[in-house]
Ligand binder design. Structure first.
Ligand code: GLP
Length: 245
């Protein structure tokens, strides 16, 4: 911080210079996850700049997820997310994936009910307009960290009472012999919108992965159409590739 006043000759606004120097310190590991930042007043006096300028830089970094503020105790470097390495070659459920890692799974229900299908659901699930669709939408949480939002649609004939899904959708489908055996998954990059960011406890606009899964029964019938948003800082998707054309 001490060099800031001198550096200010460079022309960039002071708050931006301070923001960069804090980011730099975090990236170079000079301050690590969980470390406390000096108080606003101390930074202001060290860098010889106003507290308003310090506050602006700090707020920017809080919004960007680099720092976190805890009321009453100060400002800290944000904890680094432990990343999940997820294989793309097996058709598993979220509950199974997390259980294998010894994590405790919990979900917050966003929706669970029967509806008239949207045109897209009719098309993907092969439903007639007179049929119903079962929607199961959840915020998926592992060890108290929200990792993904999953919105699944299924034909009501496969899941006539969505309230039977207590924790695992695939476990509920397995009970009625409707567990999918094959799926096609599409992964695309998106920036989190405000509502999803709030649910995932991540900054609005931060990187995330949209995952669409269409899964099939052995008969070839589509059983599940799920759209999910996964936190970009929490997942690595890994696939094994073999020589071929
Ligand atoms: C994964 C898939 C979803 C699937 C879910 C089932 O997360 N992306 O498409 O619906 O697993 O998980 P569970 O059985 O834990 O509800």
């Amino acid at each position: 911080f001490a060099s800031l006043k001198q550096a200010s000759q460079s022309g960039a606004p002071l708050y931006l210079q301070l923001r960069r120097s804090i980011e730099d310190a975090v990236n170079r590991g000079l301050i690590g996850p969980g470390d406390a930042l000096p108080s606003e007043r101390d930074i202001a006096s060290m860098a010889d700049i106003s507290r308003v300028t310090v506050r602006k830089a700090v707020q920017d970094l809080v919004k960007g997820g680099v720092l976190v503020q805890r009321h009453g105790s100060g400002t800290f470097v944000a904890p680094r997310m432990e990343r999940v390495e997820q294989s793309l070659s097996r058709l598993t459920s979220f509950t199974e994936d997390m259980a294998r890692r010894g994590k405790v799974v919990r979900s917050t229900w966003l929706d669970r009910g029967l509806y008239a299908p949207s045109p897209e659901e009719m098309m993907v699930l092969g439903l007639a307009a007179s049929e119903m669709v079962a929607r199961v939408a959840r915020l998926r949480i592992a060890n108290d960290t929200p990792l993904a939002i999953e919105r699944a649609s299924l034909s009501a004939s496969a899941l006539p009472d969505p309230s039977v899904v207590s924790s695992s959708l695939y476990a509920a489908l397995e009970e009625t012999g409707n567990r999918p055996v094959r799926a096609v998954q599409r992964i695309s990059a998106v920036n989190l919108n405000e509502a999803d960011a709030r649910l995932l406890d991540a900054p609005t606009g931060s990187a995330s992965l949209r995952i669409e899964r269409i899964s099939y029964l052995a008969s070839g019938k589509v059983i599940e159409f799920t759209r999910s948003v996964y936190r970009g800082d929490a997942y690595d998707f890994v696939a094994e590739l073999r020589l071929g054309v």
